[in-house]
Design a protein around this ligand. Structure first.
Ligand SMILES: [Zn+2]
Length: 103
């Protein structure tokens, strides 16, 4: 599942995900920022749901680190960054501390 991200008008660092049925290619052309879901198996075989933040414009490391993203699943928590940016466009890897411990 992919998510488009809407910025908070008052605080543009706050990002709200919206479920999107568009492809990643479409989101890349039409959205500044979007999330993709990454399922990763850990060394004990447990599956984790992580989110990768993507940007259509190049980001510096500082800008990329400044975002606060609401969890697309529980809408309750801010996602925690657990992985570094891969490039100026493929930014950090995130997890929801609540949802991940429940699954
Ligand atoms: Zn959550």
């Amino acid at each position: 599942m992919n998510y488009s991200l809407r910025r908070n008008k008052v605080d543009p660092k706050m990002l709200y995900p919206k479920q999107s049925f568009y492809s990643e290619e479409y989101l890349n052309t039409h959205c500044d920022l979007y999330l993709t879901t990454n399922y990763v198996k850990d060394e004990w075989g447990k599956s984790h749901k992580y989110y990768r933040l993507h940007a259509s414009q190049p980001h510096t490391l500082d800008t990329a680190l400044g975002y606060e993203i609401q969890c697309p699943h529980c809408h309750n928590r801010t996602l925690r960054q657990i992985g570094r940016a891969l490039s100026m466009y493929d930014l950090g890897l995130f997890v929801c501390p609540d949802c991940d411990s429940k699954e």
